[in-house]
Every structure is written in structure tokens, then in C-alpha cells.
Design a protein around this ligand. Sequence first.
Ligand code: ZN
Ligand code: ZN
Length: 163
Amino acid sequence: MSFPRPGGCECEAIRYQLTSDPITVYACHCTDCQTATGASFALSMYVDRDAVELLRGEPKLREFDLSDGRVRRALVCAACGTALWGKNRNLPELLNLQPGTLDDTSWFRPVGHIWARSAQPWVTIPPEALRYEKQLDDPLALVRAWKSRPDTPLPAVRPALDT
Ligand SMILES: [Zn+2]
Ligand SMILES: [Zn+2]
């Protein structure tokens, strides 16, 4: 596994690269996420803000007022509407990357699944993943699970194998 990893929006007006390993990756099966994505669950890949480098284009900040008073902030492509990443006011140093916008999505899988109680009935949550029926009580558990996943990349500097 290596970085940078390129990605972009559907119309390719915006291209970016992810330059380092994420903080964690998880899936949310809450009904809000099902509605917002129009799909079965939302994937969240938290990354350092500095780990996303724009290569082309400039996503636009869109703020969406939700019926319960929350505001969803998303950086989207103004041309095609693809949401690229979100911003969380409580975590200003991180971005919530939409990992489906990466060109290659084969190298990650969510280490945790939240709001499993409302997962669509055909969705199977792998037994090795962290499972939460509702909201997360300890977000750091997802960070630890990501760091200890079996396919964690090796550190950049490795001892020589031939000595
Ligand atoms: Zn686009
Ligand atoms: Zn959700």
C-alpha cells in the first residue's frame, strides 16, 4: 500500500490526491445516511486536513440545513455535484473524505459499523469489524482498530532484510 492515492469527482473537474494513511474508515448505517446518500450506508474516511492535496479544480463549500437544526457541510464539485469531503466543526484539523471518490477503492475496508440496528437487511457486517447498534461511544476505538488492521502499511523506513 502506498501514497499518494489519486481521486476526484465524477466529471473530473476536480482531482486530488491523498498523501498519507487515513485516521480511520467506518460505515454508518443510520437512516439519515441512507437518505443523504440515496444508498445503503455512508462510508467515512477521516484524514488529516493536510493529507488532501488538490490537483485540479476547487470544490465549493455547501451548507445544508437539516430539519433537526444540524448543518451538514460538504465540499462538492459545482459542475457534477459529487461530494468529495465533509468538514466537522468539532474536528477542524480533519476532513471526512468520501472514499468512494478515490480512483482505487480496493485497499481499504471499514473497520467499524455504526447504527447497525438500522442496516438494510441484506447487508452483512463482517464478524471481525467493530459493530455498534447505535452511535459510537468511543471514537478512538475506530482509530485503534484502523491502526491495528492486518494490512496496515509498513513504516517508510524499514530495516534492511539482507543483513
Ligand atoms: Zn465534477
Ligand atoms: Zn449516519
